[in-house]
Write a protein that binds this ligand. Structure first.
Ligand SMILES: [Zn+2]
Length: 140
């Protein structure tokens, strides 16, 4: 039993498991923000412009009336679709921004050169070289 807990501790404290947990929590929080954005801001705007209610539903005529009545809740479904589109767009923008930051870091690394070009034979040689290993010219 002690070994079991030790293994569990090792599993839970692995870096990627913690990262994943943080990702799931942030993702859930982000999801509720997007839902709030849709229900509090976007739905009223769309409803005021087109008059098309996001709470729209279609009664299925064969399901009867009263308590047995069944509805296609297309308004609710549409809300979820809008949520998804907003969320996908936000994630796309975030990933793009992160990629840009990552590539900026890479460019800075390239700025620090380790090679230079020999002015006589144009071979790539070490930046510290005082004599070219290819044409043996002396370099300043
Ligand atoms: Zn050379």
């Amino acid at each position: 039993m002690k070994k079991f807990f030790k293994e569990f501790k090792e599993f839970a404290l692995k870096g990627n498991v913690m990262d994943m947990a943080v990702g799931v929590i942030i993702g859930a929080a982000f999801g509720s923000i997007v839902t709030a954005l849709t229900t509090d801001f976007i739905n009223p705007l769309i409803n005021s412009i087109g008059g098309a209610s996001f709470g729209g539903k279609i009664h299925l005529p064969w399901s009867g009336t009263g308590e047995n009545a069944q509805y296609l809740l297309w308004g609710d479904f549409l809300t979820q679709v809008v949520n998804f589109i907003i969320m996908a767009f936000c994630i796309f923008v975030m990933v793009k921004a992160i990629n840009k930051l990552t590539s900026l870091g890479k460019k800075e690394e390239v700025k620090d050169p380790t090679e230079k070009e020999c002015p006589y034979c144009f071979s790539k040689i070490s930046i510290k070289a005082t004599r070219c290993p290819h044409c043996t010219s002396e370099l300043k």
